[in-house]
Design a protein around this ligand. Structure first.
Ligand SMILES: *Cc1c(COP(=O)(O)O)cnc(C)c1O
Length: 382
């Protein structure tokens, strides 16, 4: 990987070959299962790759106003693809703009749909509307990623759906999203809960969106079981099926390259890097998880163990403990894997730390897509 020394750190590097490999598998699922697959932009919204993504997928979905605009301008409009949006609640002031970008609008409650129904139906654009439901079944252990935890605001439960049923008139589809980094067996166990509760609606609608969280491009994912499950569902109910994975689109398709700035010691050996968990890989602290580094092992697995920490003043800006074959010194480069997703679209400039540049890796060569500067920091502050 000779390109590692050519980039300026810290930087994200998008591996286009790996992205295309993921996309090819997703296209295979689309074709075999006869379903539609959208990119969930909240995980990966490097729009410079949208021309490629549009060759393989049916479109994209957004979680907010600006993602909806990005999906429209960079994928739906130039490539004739679909543009969907879901929001826990739409605001009056944004809704006309949403209407101008989106083909599918998913509402979180019957009341939200009823509130905006006339505006949707009066729109010049043909728009399909859906309601997100909560099947009250999930196998996610961490509450922050579990849309079905007790008291969750995500989706309408069957009790509330029935209470407000007269407000659901005219909807075109249902949406549920209850998976997170899961295999197709979890979908198989989830579907009966959805069918049992909401099946009475199936002759009134055209499509069902199975949401995201399908880890389709992970090595041990059972793709054939997913295909069979979707085909069976489509044939049984004569409904169109959508999936909207985020992670699976760019899983393992990018890196974060960092340089060691200093090495210190406090009971453990510590290396300070120019990449920060808090600023540049926030999911490491939020999820939390320990990202892999190429060539490094678990603590004490290799001879030299270090705690890696970022260059912010947050005491907890710790990436994790890793072991290496040789000692670390200033200027050494480390490559974190699987950094295309939930990184570029989620980073921040806390502490005035510069944003990492973005490179594209194509045919073994790196190309700089974007370098950020002081204006990107200052511009959001007033
Ligand atoms: C987060 C989310 C997705 C994408 O989830 P991944 O885990 O990245 O696949 C899709 N749809 C909705 C509604 C989401 O909230």
């Amino acid at each position: 990987m000779s390109w590692i020394d050519e980039v300026e750190t810290p930087c994200y590097v998008i591996d286009e070959q790996k992205l295309k490999k993921n996309l090819a598998l997703l296209k295979y699922v689309r074709e075999k299962a006869g379903c539609k697959i959208l990119l969930a932009q909240k995980a990966f919204s490097c729009f410079r790759e949208y021309p490629i993504i549009a060759e393989y997928l049916d479109g994209c979905t957004a979680s907010g106003l600006f993602e909806a605009r990005l999906g429209y301008e960079e994928m739906a409009k130039p490539f004739g693809r679909e543009n969907h949006v879901f929001s826990p609640a739409y605001s009056e002031k944004d809704f006309d703009e949403i209407l101008s970008y989106c083909d599918h609008i998913v509402f979180n409650s019957p009341a939200q749909w009823a509130k905006y129904r006339d505006r949707v139906r009066a729109s010049k654009r043909f728009i399909q509307a859906g309601i997100r439901v909560n099947p009250e079944y999930s196998e996610i252990e961490t509450d922050i990623y579990n849309p079905c935890f007790h008291g969750s605001r995500m989706g309408t439960t069957i009790t509330n759906f029935i209470k407000q049923q007269e407000l659901t008139d005219g909807i075109d589809g249902l949406h549920f999203h209850t998976l997170c980094e899961q295999n197709s067996d979890v979908l198989v166990r989830t579907l009966p809960h959805f069918e049992e509760k909401f099946g009475f609606m199936f002759d009134k609608i055209k499509w069902v969106n199975f949401g995201g969280g399908h880890h389709i491009t992970r090595a041990d994912y059972d793709v054939e079981l997913l295909i069979k499950t979707i085909k069976d569902f489509r044939e049984k109910y004569k409904l169109e099926v959508y999936l909207e994975p985020g992670e699976a689109v760019a899983l393992n398709a990018g890196y974060l390259v960092t340089s060691v700035l200093d090495v210190t010691e406090n009971g453990v050996k510590i290396a300070i890097t120019d990449a920060s968990a808090a600023c540049h890989m926030p999911d490491v602290l939020e999820m939390p998880y320990r990202p892999n580094i190429i060539g490094a092992g678990e603590p004490n697995e290799k001879p030299f163990t270090y705690r890696l920490g970022g260059n912010t003043c947050l005491a907890g800006d710790v990436i994790g403990d890793y072991s290496f074959d040789s000692t670390l010194k200033e200027g050494d480069r480390l490559v974190f894997e699987d950094m295309a997703i939930y990184s570029m679209c989620k980073n921040n400039t806390f502490n005035g730390i510069p944003l990492p540049s973005i490179y594209l890796l194509e045919n073994g060569k790196v190309k700089l897509l974007k370098k950020f500067g002081y204006e990107d920091f200052r511009g959001r502050l007033g």
